[in-house]
Design a protein around this ligand. Structure first.
Ligand SMILES: NC(=O)c1ccc[n+]([C@@H]2O[C@H](COP(=O)([O-])OP(=O)(O)OC[C@H]3O[C@@H](n4cnc5c(N)ncnc54)[C@H](OP(=O)(O)O)[C@@H]3O)[C@@H](O)[C@H]2O)c1
Length: 386
């Protein structure tokens, strides 16, 4: 029996890498649903190759263009706010959550409410709604399989029967494209420079997050919720080669890690095949060729976003939701050349300073807090008050 897969965000970097593995294993997987936002051309190519039963396109213009060009009369083509629910009505075994930003939250929530297993790339959905998402998963007996290479590494080496014997999680970070630059050189960085990651090929938003190290901040929050371990016991270290993808330290001094070449197809294939493993054509790790691995402590003055993520967890309540929303708005503004690179973290910090924190009791609360925080951040940017 083939595993039935639905991919939310199939036209992005994670979506494409997922389809690449499925292309290599046609006897194991069948595509049920694919979704896009704007890239109707890529979606048309994917439909032609994978023949899904349903697709959705979020952007109205892209939807119209797609329907004009689509020749597959059997394909259901959806557009609209709640179409993820319609997609999930079809029989699916695994949902790949690969939309970027908090736009990916509702497909994740709906899939978990249906008790479906999720390969979770969309870290923002966990960051903005945290323990709500993990408790929905628990209540419905749904598995969350982390795609993020760091969390996937921890998932692979974490001995859940001995969880109380874990003393530390160590998240590794590449340090991004500006690791070797001085902070003084960063103010005039252009978006095209910031999206050039040295080790990973990724979408624009996560590439900027990697350059500011907010990506590691979001991953810290993701790890806190996923593995239910205090942020005080989660360390971040810079490892520029991106070979060790994270570590778990146990009370007896053992440190377990997962290694591999920096290629998202490895963690993705782990989630697709779970609990088995499948073959991939990912480049194998040659330790003799690599020879040396390096590690550094992150400089929180250069990377204030990482400090802000620790602080958001310390504050608790709605702080991670606000941090995430402010960061999404600030990154978009930087990409549109509205603010400078170093202003991204300043804008996020200002939003956190001006916001009031409240309890987050429901997904409705998350959506409301996300909306209000975005307004506040836009206002801060508009008035240059950061
Ligand atoms: N790329 C990586 O290596 C990597 C690694 C770890 C974790 N992640 C996480 O995985 C997620 C996706 O990252 P990515 O690099 O694949 O991003 P990406 O290349 O920018 O792709 C994002 C996907 O989401 C869709 N999308 C964007 N906004 C949407 C909206 N409002 N409604 C519906 N769909 C929307 C895009 O559609 P269109 O392209 O059609 O516009 C695209 O399919 C992020 O949360 C990221 O943090 C990525």
């Amino acid at each position: 029996m083939k595993k039935k897969i639905t991919i939310f965000g199939s036209t992005g970097s994670i979506g494409e890498s997922t389809l690449d593995i499925i292309r290599q294993n046609p006897d194991k997987y069948e595509i049920i649903g694919l979704t896009a936002n704007t890239n109707y051309k890529k979606l048309l190519e994917q439909v032609e190759h994978f023949n899904p039963k349903v697709v959705s396109i979020n952007d109205n213009n892209a939807y119209i263009k797609f329907t004009d060009l689509n020749n597959n009369k059997k394909l259901r083509v959806l557009n609209g706010k709640n179409c993820h629910k319609e997609i999930l009505d079809l029989n699916t075994d695994l949902v790949v959550a690969a939309i970027t930003g908090s736009a990916g939250l509702m497909p994740v929530v709906s899939a978990l409410e249906k008790g479906l297993s999720i390969a979770l790339a969309n870290k923002e959905s966990l960051v903005c709604s945290g323990s709500l998402v993990t408790s929905i998963a628990k209540k419905n007996n749904a598995k969350i399989l982390p795609v993020d290479s760091e969390h996937n590494a921890i998932y692979q080496v974490l001995d859940s029967k001995n969880k109380s014997k874990i003393s530390r999680l160590i998240l590794t970070a590449s340090g991004g494209p500006f690791f070797n630059k001085d902070i003084k050189e960063l103010d005039d960085i252009l978006p095209e420079e910031a999206i050039k990651h040295p080790n990973w090929s990724m979408g624009k938003k996560i590439s900027i997050d990697s350059a500011t190290m907010m990506n590691k901040g979001l991953e810290l929050i993701e790890a806190y919720y996923l593995f239910d371990i205090s942020h005080k016991n989660i360390d971040v270290i810079i490892h520029p080669e991106s070979i060790i993808h994270s570590c778990v330290e146990y009370m007896d001094g053992s440190m377990l890690s997962q290694m591999g070449t920096p290629d998202m197809r490895t963690p993705i294939s782990y989630t697709l095949a779970y609990p088995e493993r499948i073959k991939t054509n990912v480049k194998r790790l040659d330790l003799c060729e690599i020879k040396q691995l390096n590690f550094f402590k992150p400089d929180l003055k250069k990377y204030p976003s990482l400090r802000l993520a620790y602080e958001a967890l310390e504050i608790g309540k709605s702080a991670p939701t606000i941090l995430n929303a402010a960061n999404e708005v600030a990154v978009e503004s930087f990409l549109n050349q509205g603010i400078k690179f170093l202003s991204i973290s300043k804008v996020v910090e200002k939003t956190l300073n001006k916001a009031s924190f409240c309890n987050v009791n429901s997904i409705k609360d998350v959506i409301e807090i996300d909306k209000e925080s975005r307004k506040l951040t836009l206002d801060i940017i508009k008035h240059g008050s950061y």
